[in-house]
Design a protein around this ligand. Structure first.
Ligand SMILES: Nc1ncnc2c1ncn2[C@@H]1O[C@H](COP(=O)(O)OP(=O)(O)OP(=O)(O)O)[C@@H](O)[C@H]1O
Length: 642
């Protein structure tokens, strides 16, 4: 059953009979036809919590007398109450209002392949995330929100089902009724993702198999050339050039035929590693799905447990592993996490970056060094069984091309924000693997990720001079002047004073501005220019500070001012307060990363975003925060008094 929703109503808009089987079965009594659920649907169609017998009769397509008898039966069963109102006819309402109020409603727009769900249950959200992606949410409090899901072809291609029927059954299990047209489209897309397969021939070479002769003829020959295929084996099989596997996958993916990859992948020399931390359900699902597909990208908000799930995956694949990370700090973090969450022998972990060049059974390297030709040996020096790309949205072009040659390995990506301005998800998925994720709301509700509260604070210009200087400036200067609005320093001081009990990170866009704020707050400023050793020491002192303890060590730090270097992946687990003083002009992804830095399972996560009122920062701030809002993050807005 669906109801009207504005100008473009889903099928079966309000006013018509409730469902295809509205005309009751003449053989059975009307009471059987009127279940409590259908009474709820009648109320929803009426868009009221109560209804008269005649209104219910119209909705279920029966006579008023029959409806009255059926309602009387529900009253006898104790599910429904009646209200004798003198002036009005008797009205009926569900005894359990809560059931009506919290009832999930699903509205389907088959032409747009969109599904709007009001107050979805955890089951519905988990199901939908298997074959659709969350586009937007409305409302503020969890559990009272509207969710807009859309089914793209990529979502169907990545759906973890072994047969189209299983996928369609999952679809039907969450929709109010069948939508033939939508089901046909889903079946067609599912078939497209199972028309080509790569497998390893008994003699060890790679074979591309098409589901039919015409597919091999029309599609493969049209999109593949001699560099890709060595020779035909039959009307539906061809011998693939081992070095062109990635190119074959890329070409067919772009042609709308994602390839199933059933090749025997190398697992490298065995490495004995056991996980010592119990996985959460969603993490266990991530790992199971990965092992089934042999590649994939764990997508989840910062702090949701991707790294621990990756360590579980390393242990499960059980082979030598190369881990690629965006920065040296993260390489050190990874080493700590590996030692914290598994039985790996410290001697088996090698770090490979500017500082040290150790290749061991588990090697952690930076993208930067992995992309350098002179370090090419890093990839070839071992029969890696698993390549892990942390912050996969970060993979640089040189590393991509290198990755293309590593198709014979299990490939795992980790990303909090695969949606990137550069659209690199087109690269991430064919080269590393399909997204494996849980929607952020279910993670928030499960309590594994503390939902950050984000507040945009519109800061006025300090004085007319500052305002006029901005007005007279040109484009680029605009951004810098708005970012460095002197009134922001006072605002930061105020916010830090209001949260003395929280350790705080202050993000800035410009180095000079960072130094100015750091001086004003008497706090260290960390930027790309800060030597690694000094950076690691400052982070250590920041982590060590326990603002609640009386006798904090003199050198503990509870405020750090950081430039972009603080954005990506440096794990500051106990930053409970973030003030984004500037840098709103960054990409949408940075917004999520910055807010995400405080999305730690520990402590309340508060993010203040300062935007100079009447400047381009206002619009940037609102756009970035709308993006976070769509991820289910609560966003407030406040005007700071002049
Ligand atoms: N299954 C688990 N049991 C207990 N603690 C866990 C589990 N999974 C993750 N954690 C803890 O939650 C915190 C975040 O986990 P993790 O670093 O894996 O998240 P993440 O998604 O990789 O974060 P980021 O995106 O910042 O790298 C860590 O302190 C980790 O120890």
């Amino acid at each position: 059953m669906t109801d009207d929703t504005g100008d473009d109503a889903g099928e079966d808009s309000g006013g018509d009979a409730l469902t295809d089987d509205a005309t009751p079965d003449p053989d059975s009594s009307d009471a059987d036809n009127l279940s409590l659920d259908r009474f709820h649907e009648a109320l929803e169609a009426e868009e009221r919590p109560v209804a008269t017998a005649s209104e219910v009769a119209r909705r279920i397509g029966t006579t008023q007398a029959a409806a009255r008898d059926a309602l009387a039966a529900l009253v006898d069963r104790g599910d429904v109450d009646r209200l004798d109102v003198e002036a009005d006819p008797v009205v009926f309402y569900p005894r359990d209002w809560g059931a009506l109020a919290s009832r999930e409603r699903v509205v389907v727009f088959p032409e747009r392949r969109e599904i709007v769900v009001d107050r979805p249950t955890q089951y519905t959200r988990a199901r939908l995330s298997q074959f659709a992606h969350l586009v937007d949410t409305t409302g503020t409090e969890p559990g009272t929100r509207g969710y807009l899901y859309r089914i793209r072809q990529e979502d169907v291609w990545a759906a973890p089902f072994d047969a189209a029927d299983a996928l369609v059954d999952a679809l039907r299990s969450v929709l109010p009724r069948r939508f033939e047209h939508l089901e046909d489209w889903v079946r067609d897309q599912w078939r497209r993702a199972h028309r080509f397969r790569l497998y390893t021939h008994a003699d060890g070479y790679v074979v591309l198999e098409a589901a039919s002769e015409s597919l091999m003829g029309n599609v493969a020959d049209q999109h593949l050339d001699d560099d890709h295929l060595r020779a035909p084996i039959s009307d539906t099989e061809a011998w693939v050039n081992e070095d062109a596997v990635a190119a074959v996958k890329r070409a067919l993916y772009d042609a709308g035929y994602p390839v199933e990859d059933d090749r025997d992948l190398e697992t490298g020399d065995p490495v004995e590693i056991e996980l010592t931390t119990d996985l959460r359900d969603y993490q266990a699902t991530w790992v199971e799905t990965f092992l089934d597909r042999k590649s994939g990208v764990y997508v989840g908000p910062p702090g949701s447990g991707k790294t621990v799930a990756a360590i579980a995956t390393i242990a499960a694949v059980g082979g030598e592993t190369l881990i690629l990370v965006p920065s040296r700090e993260l390489a050190d973090q990874w080493r700590e996490e590996l030692l914290d969450h598994s039985t790996v022998d410290p001697a088996d972990i090698g770090l490979y970056h500017g500082g040290t060049k150790d290749v061991r059974p588990v090697t952690i390297a930076t993208y930067q060094i992995a992309g350098m030709d002179r370090h090419r040996s890093l990839f070839d020096s071992r029969e890696w069984g698993l390549i892990c790309f942390d912050e996969a949205h970060h993979v640089s072009a040189p590393v991509y091309s290198r990755t293309a040659e590593l198709q014979s390995k299990h490939r795992l990506g980790l990303s909090a924000t695969p949606v990137s301005e550069t659209g690199s998800e087109e690269e991430i998925y064919p080269l590393i693997g399909q997204p494996i994720g849980a929607d952020w709301d279910s993670l928030f509700e499960a309590g594994f990720v503390q939902e950050p509260e984000v507040e945009i604070r519109y800061v006025p210009w300090r004085d007319e001079t500052a305002r006029n200087e901005y007005a007279a400036a040109d484009g680029r200067e605009h951004r810098r002047l708005a970012a460095e609005n002197p009134a922001k320093v006072e605002e930061i001081r105020y916010l830090l004073a209001a949260h003395r009990d929280k350790k705080a990170l202050v993000f800035v866009e410009y180095l000079d501005h960072g130094r100015e704020i750091a001086d004003a707050l008497d706090a260290p400023f960390i930027s790309g220019e800060t030597p690694h050793r000094e950076r690691a020491e400052l982070f250590r002192r920041f982590r060590a500070a326990d603002v609640d303890a009386e006798d904090t060590e003199t050198d503990d730090l509870d405020v750090l001012v950081v430039s972009r270097v603080g954005d990506e992946g440096i794990d500051l687990p106990n930053a409970e307060l973030a003030v984004v003083a500037s840098g709103l002009g960054g990409s949408r992804r940075q917004g999520s990363q910055r807010a995400g830095r405080t999305m730690r399972p520990t402590g309340s996560a508060l993010v203040y975003v300062l935007a100079t009122r009447g400047s381009s920062e206002e619009e940037f701030a609102q756009r970035q925060m709308r993006h976070l809002g769509r991820k289910g993050v609560r966003v407030r807005e406040t005007n700071v008094a002049e």
